[in-house]
Design a protein around this ligand. Sequence first.
Ligand code: SF4
Length: 236
Amino acid sequence: MEKILCWSGGKDSTALLIRQVEAGTPPHRILFADVGPEAEFDETYEFIEKVERTLNVQVEHIKSTRYTFDSYFYSPISRGHRKGMLRGFPPTASVGCSYRRELKVIPLCAAQGKGNEIYLGIAADEKHRAERSFYKTADNTYLFPLIEDGITEDMCLQICQKYDLVHPLYAYFKRLGCWQCPKQSLSSLRALYQNWPEKWQKLEQYQRDCAWDFQPNRSVFDLSERFRKEFHNEDR
Ligand code: SF4
């Protein structure tokens, strides 16, 4: 039986990893769902290397064998009223995300195997996220040590700060994820526009290629216009 940590690079799973290393019981394997350079930031890859160096651990990059972000974006939808159209931006209305399923959940489940202990870094104040039926019926035993030990998100941040292992993208975003995500907040999108212009240009290209708006009644070009005006006014 292997002890496997699903590590996202976020503060909660990093705090869990630090606590495991500090206790002298590091996981046998650390799995990172790597969506690939099309959707990950360079900063994330640099951070992974820093975590490996600082904690003397090795992170496995788990990737989909079927899709990259772009190949999924440009693949045809197989059912429903949009059947045959390009998959495009994930819908903001649905709770789940097929990008998450295809690029993260399926590859991670395959890598986890069966009969293992899977450690997830869910903080005590996000307890509800551990209540998914999947965690009770799957082939592995899912464990949530941060919840058991009452470690909150703030405490996780402090643990990461102690080792200077706070993901650098927290300086720009409250939550980490694909930069193409239409569910992210306006402030995250503003940070993307301002700090990663080449990614923003790519987002505009996705919009040209997608039959529907990035967000309900709001295209990427609407956002570009809004931010351009905001930053133009700031400069005056
Ligand atoms: S960050 Fe957004 S697009 Fe990426 S997997 Fe999560 S919900 Fe889907």
